[in-house]
Design a protein around this ligand. Structure first.
Ligand code: AMP
Length: 116
């Protein structure tokens, strides 16, 4: 069950501030508040979905393609296509997912050895 008061839902409603990177009617990208690498961007769909499983079950193919294309576009804009980058999504309890709104971490800008 999606919690409308999770922190990313509040960010989407502009109830709490963040450092935005990109926004349109379908997706939102912003900087992680506690970056684990020089570049650490969070990508979220504008859907009430808790995790990867929920997203992939509810999003249509067009949305899924749009979301991942946009991740690639933002990675490219940040110069990550040449240097490399990592995409991470934590799904559920054993992954220690903290925020129950599906998100993908985009990590890069430095060698990620030793960074999860
Ligand atoms: P996860 O463990 O995959 O759910 O990751 C949640 C991420 O959200 C962590 O990397 C946090 O640093 C990040 N985070 C939590 N609160 C905020 C916030 N207000 N603005 C930006 N990032 C946040």
């Amino acid at each position: 069950m999606y919690d409308e008061n999770n922190i990313f839902a509040k960010i989407l409603r502009k109830e709490i501030p963040c450092k935005p990177i990109y926004e349109d009617d379908k997706v939102f990208f912003f900087n992680d508040i506690n970056p684990q690498a020089k570049i650490h961007i969070l990508a979220i769909p504008k859907m009430s979905v808790t995790d990867y499983n929920d997203f992939i079950s509810k999003a249509d193919n067009e949305m899924i393609k749009y979301f991942f294309d946009k991740i690639n576009e933002i990675a490219k804009k940040h110069g990550l296509l040449d240097s490399g980058f990592r995409l991470v999504t934590n799904n559920g309890r054993d992954a220690n997912q903290e925020v129950p709104h599906f998100h993908i971490h985009i990590l890069g800008g430095e060698n990620l050895k030793g960074i999860k």
